[in-house]
Each structure stands twice: as C-alpha cells, then as structure tokens.
Ligand binder design. Structure first.
Ligand SMILES: Nc1ncnc2c1ncn2[C@@H]1O[C@H](COP(=O)(O)OP(=O)(O)O)[C@@H](O)[C@H]1O
Ligand SMILES: [Mg+2]
Length: 315
C-alpha cells in the first residue's frame, strides 16, 4: 500500500528509553522497542501496564518525559497529524469515528494528510473537495473493499455493528498510506469469527508492505499473529521474543496471574508490603505472648481461694 519499497528486516520504528511520567506516576519506564519493515510486533501486558500510553508517546499525542522515537531514521515530531504524515497511523482503543458521516467519508477524512485539499475541505465538501477527490474516492473505495466494507460505503458509521466500526477505523488509518500501523486492541468486543477475520486482515496488511505494532489482550490472536512480542509490566518491558519464548516465560505467566516474581518491576514494593505484614504479625504474636505471660503471672499472684475451681461462676 505504501509506494516506498523497504526490504524486510530494516528497522523502521526505533523507540529508545521512552519514559512517560504523570506527576508521581511513571506510566512508561525506559522502554526500548523496534519494529522492522514487514514485521508484526505484539505489545501485551496486564491492564494499566502502560501500553496505550506508550502508543501515545509513539504517535505524538504525548511528548515522552524522556527518550526518543525515530521513524525511518528521523525523530518523530510531537504532533499527531505530523506523525501520521510521516507514515505512522493508528487506531484507538476506544473507537473514534465520525459517527454521523458515512463509511466512505470517514475514510476520505483519513486521507487528508495525503491530499492537497486537507481536512476541512473534506469535512465541508467545498468546491476543491469535489474537484480533487475522484482519485481519493477510488482509493477509499479500494480500502473499503480491502477491509470488506465496500457494500456499506454509504451507511452512516454509527449504524455499523461494532466489529465493522473497528474495520472502518483500520481502513481510515490505512488511508493515510502508512508504513507502520499501530492497532490498540483491534479485537476488543469482537466475537471469535470477527477476531479470526481481523487476524487475516492484519496478515493482509503486512503483505501490502506495512509493518504492524499491535496491542491486544487476546493471547491466541497475539501468538498466532506476531513475529515478535514485547511484554510490558508496570510500565517496564519485562520480556521480548518470539511467541514461543514469551509463552514459555514464567515471569510473563506470573505477571498475568498477578504473582510477584524475582526482580520484577514492583517487586520492591511487594517486598516492602510483605516485610511490613511480617513485622505486624510478629508484633501481634509478641503482644499475645506478653498477654499470656501477664495472665499467668496474675494467676500466680492471686490468692489461692480465688483460683479455686467453681469460684469463677460466683462472680
Ligand atoms: N493522561 C494520563 N494522566 C495520568 N495518568 C495516566 C494518563 N494516561 C494513563 N495514565 C495512567 O498510566 C497507567 C497506564 O495506563 P495505560 O497506558 O492506559 O495502560 P494499558 O493501556 O496498558 O492498560 C495507568 O495507571 C493510567 O491510569
Ligand atoms: Mg490501553
């Protein structure tokens, strides 16, 4: 889909030392990640691990507190439309379509970084729009056919079922003719058939020469699809490797099960909590022991008559 020909294996996205802090919270911690042309890379991790925040750092929505993101050798500009123009397109975890526009119009809007006419012309459909949009329309229809939505080109976006809205988002992202596509939970809310179809769609996108970086919770989807998978836990990259390596890594399993493991990000905090709990337990035991001793001492000190059996019920 991109006119540029890149040989597979060449690094196109190079994120180095990306850190994103919100006040006291470090949402992304010193993350390095590369994506090569022709590659499908997965980004997984428990909820709140920092995956979407990392995407936002890659796409100019956030300016990372530290670190640098390069695409095809150039540092990406800190503005999302410029990042799109540079060749990195994305979809969002929460669908962001123009609900009251048609399916076709949504894709045309996605082309605004590639056409002279620009965004407002596409939205307002001024004379420039009508003059220049024939080629754009053809391309948009091609993309709709590619994702399987051509028959619904004239439907309003809001009337599409959920799974089709996700497809439309992908078509819109492709309309900017990216070299790299970032997908944030593309199968969220989909049934198994739709998920399977999305898998095929991502393979087809890769076969068009577009590299893909995908966040997803559906592990079957991720491990079927990805050449390489990186695991984020509490903002830091824990493991990276091919599907088999990541699936077999006990730290990844532990991260998903929520068990602490050696040298994990956050392990220090877990250790602190455990130490505090242990200290509390010790104090409680010590207190109980002291109480028992005191009672024993009191019992001894008491006159023998008081300690006599049967006396207790008389009080
Ligand atoms: N704009 C923001 N301001 C403050 N905290 C944020 C912001 N965006 C995300 N976070 C926090 O960063 C952490 C990572 O969130 P997110 O990247 O959405 O995780 P994921 O996509 O892996 O589920 C969470 O603790 C979240 O509350
Ligand atoms: Mg997210």
């Amino acid at each position: 889909m991109t006119t540029e020909t890149t040989t597979r294996g060449e690094t196109i996205l190079d994120a180095r030392g990306v850190t994103m802090r919100f006040g006291g919270l470090t949402a992304v911690r010193d993350v390095d990640l590369t994506v090569s042309s022709g590659e499908i890379v997965g980004l997984i991790g428990p909820n709140g691990a920092g995956k979407t925040t990392f995407f936002n750092c890659l796409t100019g929505l956030y300016i990372p507190t530290e670190g640098e993101v390069r695409y095809k050798g150039a540092v990406l500009p800190p503005k999302s439309f410029k990042v799109t123009a540079a060749g990195v397109a994305r979809t969002f975890q929460n669908i962001r379509l123009f609900a009251n526009m048609t399916v076709l119009e949504n894709v045309l809007v996605g082309r605004h970084t590639r056409t002279k006419e620009g965004f407002w012309s596409a939205v307002l459909r001024g004379p420039g729009f009508h003059r220049a949009e024939k080629a754009s329309r053809e391309r948009a229809m091609e993309l709709l056919a590619f994702v399987g939505l051509a028959p619904k080109a004239d439907h309003l976006a809001r009337n599409l079922p959920y799974g089709e809205q996700r497809k439309l988002e992908i078509a819109r992202a492709l309309a900017s003719e990216p070299g790299l596509l970032l997908l944030d939970e593309p199968t969220a809310g989909m049934n198994p058939q739709e998920t399977r179809a999305t898998e095929e769609l991502v393979f087809a996108i890769r076969d068009q020469g577009i590299a893909v970086l995908v966040i997803e919770h559906d592990m079957r989807f991720i491990f079927n699809l990805c050449d390489r998978v990186a695991v984020l836990v509490q903002g830091a990259k824990l493991v990276e490797g091919d599907s088999a390596t990541v699936q077999g890594d006990e730290r990844v399993i532990a991260a998903y099960l929520g068990e602490p493991f050696e040298n994990a990000p956050g392990a220090e905090e877990v250790a602190e909590v455990e130490a505090a709990e242990a200290a509390q337990a010790e104090t409680a035991e010590a207190a109980e022991a002291t109480e028992a001793e005191t009672e024993a001492a009191e019992a001894q000190a008491e006159p023998s008559t008081d300690a006599a059996p049967g006396k207790e019920s008389d009080r």
